[in-house]
Design a protein around this ligand. Structure first.
Ligand SMILES: *Cc1c(COP(=O)(O)O)cnc(C)c1O
Length: 442
């Protein structure tokens, strides 16, 4: 696979040191560039829409920390709030005011009546499932192939053989006992959902879904799909968990629920949030109906806890971010996302590269596939990742840092101004031709 031409000597030296002390040299696998080849760029600093790496290269950032940096890097007001919080002390293991304020802000903006703060999206989904099992007294969990909910054992599962059968572990290290109460279904497939509930309805504790899947590229729920899921769960006494760790406060001011829940009248029993609500710090949450949340310790019997949960610095950053995320910010994000998505699509058309552009609110992604539409994981898996690798490195050479994987959403921020967008637009035609060349050379 093609490597980038930019000077990356300092990044390469750091990567060599990192690989000696950390598996693969990274603390989260996708960062290693395995899907695109080459050396990951070690970032020294970020400002607004821009990243500067340790070799001094500047990039327009279309990763935005995989979603959290809604306002851009080092936003002055968020920074000031965080610095003031740090000066007061960083953790007490007692209740603090910022965590109350952040919970109030989330409750005000979403349909969640109560929330519990945690430190990662993984913890949020893991805890939501435990709560659903404790509340219903049932064991079975339903999820969709291609939806990612963090690295929870029961959810690192692949569909078993045959329809609506129990899942098998999706990675070594997960015992079958962790996945043999999980059912994995194809996304956007109502018949498969109905079949699973007919088969196991009285054993299903919950169905968990990304509110608009963004971890297999952006695959929007078909109109009415989330409402259908909520209704099916209700009819069978199971809880509907909407995982909005990526979409919450990102797809729209409320998240995906705010985009189509209001139209279609669906309300989840439980939500999970993360990414944007931490403002670039480790903070996440799960929440929902008060009647369900009251089953959590210390009010109820379902145990859940965290030493750094509701950390005052993290919650201050999240609160500052959410308060600055006005309706105008979302208008800007949506307009910017549309300009970049449309320009990428036309550059690929021009270069003759088959692709599909899909979006939901301010989130979008481009699939390098010849399918007319991507509606589930099987469709997404048809992506030409070698062509994406060539495209990615051409963009990197031109100073645009895309996600180093073909299956990710491209994120923009409120700080992506005309200068940043212009750099992206200028880079696209050459990158599209690189993708075409990679396809022809096969
Ligand atoms: C990122 C993500 C998670 C996991 O969050 P972490 O903070 O990485 O543990 C869970 N669900 C969805 C939808 C996500 O995008």
């Amino acid at each position: 696979m093609r490597r980038s031409d930019t000077d990356s000597r300092v990044s390469e030296a750091l990567f060599a040191r990192a690989r000696a002390v950390t598996p693969g040299g990274v603390n989260s696998p996708v960062r290693a560039f395995n899907a695109v080849g080459g050396t990951p760029r070690f970032i020294r600093s970020g400002s607004g829409a821009w990243l500067t790496d340790v070799d001094g290269n500047e990039y327009v950032d279309l990763i935005c920390s995989w979603g959290p940096m809604l306002l851009g890097h080092a936003h002055p007001e968020v920074q000031a709030a965080v610095q003031a919080a740090v000066a007061r002390g960083t953790s007490y293991g007692t209740p603090t005011e910022p965590e109350v304020e952040l919970a109030e802000e989330i409750v005000a903006r979403t349909a969640a009546e109560e929330v519990r703060l945690v430190t990662s999206g993984t913890e949020a989904t893991m805890s939501a499932i435990r709560l659903a099992r404790g509340f219903t007294g049932r064991d079975v969990v339903v999820k969709f192939a291609g939806c990612y909910h963090g690295h929870v054992d029961a959810l690192l599962a692949s569909a078993g053989s045959g329809l609506a059968t129990f899942a098998v572990p999706g990675t070594p290290g997960v015992p079958t006992s962790s996945t043999d109460l999980t059912v994995v279904l194809p996304y956007n497939d109502r018949a498969a959902v109905s079949r699973a509930f007919t088969e196991y309805g009285d054993r299903i504790a919950c169905l968990i879904t990304e509110a608009a899947p963004g971890n297999m590229g952006l695959v929007p729920p078909e109109p009415g799909f989330n409402a259908f899921l909520a209704e099916t769960c209700r009819a069978h006494g199971a809880l509907f968990i909407s995982d909005e760790v990526m979409t919450g406060f990102r797809a729209s001011r409320q998240g995906q629920w705010g985009l189509d829940g209001a139209v279609e009248g669906w309300t989840p029993d439980l939500f999970t949030f993360g990414k944007v609500m931490g403002g670039g710090f480790p903070a996440a949450a799960f929440g929902g109906r008060a009647e369900v949340m009251r089953h959590l310790a210390p009010e109820g019997g379902v145990y859940q806890a965290g030493t750094l949960a509701g950390n005052p610095v993290a919650t201050t950053a999240g609160l500052a971010t959410l308060r600055l995320a006005t309706p105008e910010v979302y208008q800007h994000l949506e307009a910017t996302a549309t300009v970049i998505k449309d320009a990428a699509a036309s550059a690929l058309v021009e270069a003759g590269v088959a692709h599909v552009a899909q979006s939901s609110g301010t989130m979008f992604s481009i699939f390098f596939t010849d399918r007319p539409q991507v509606r589930d994981f099987a469709d997404a898996s048809s992506t030409d990742s070698a062509a994406y690798g060539a495209f990615f490195h051409a963009m990197l050479d031109a100073g645009v840092h895309l996600p180093p994987s073909a299956y990710e959403v491209w994120f923009v921020s409120a700080a992506h101004d005309d200068r940043a967008v212009q750099r992206v637009l200028d880079a696209l035609p050459v990158a599209a031709r690189s993708a075409a060349a990679a396809q022809e050379s096969r």
